[in-house]
Design a protein. Structure first.
Length: 75
């Protein structure tokens, strides 16, 4: 099974939904050319997509959610 890394642009907003291929593994979020980007390991043969919720929090900001959160990166 071949996998490749894809880059997905992010908005600097509190909450957003991005579509990734099914079973994608989020690797990191970094800034490239002054824009926030998410990199994920994807299987290019999978065409079906799934929604992923991305939340951005500033230091000291309150987090109120009922679902499990996973830290990705600091930008």
């Amino acid at each position: 099974m071949t996998k490749i890394i894809h880059k997905f642009p992010l908005k600097i907003i509190k909450n957003q939904i991005i579509e990734l291929p099914l079973f994608s593994e989020i690797l990191t979020v970094q800034v490239q050319r002054d824009k926030a980007c998410l990199w994920a390991l994807v299987n290019p043969s999978i065409l079906s997509k799934e929604e992923r919720h991305i939340d951005i929090y500033g230091t000291g900001h309150e987090i109120q959610h009922d679902y499990n959160l996973k830290y990705i990166s600091t930008i």
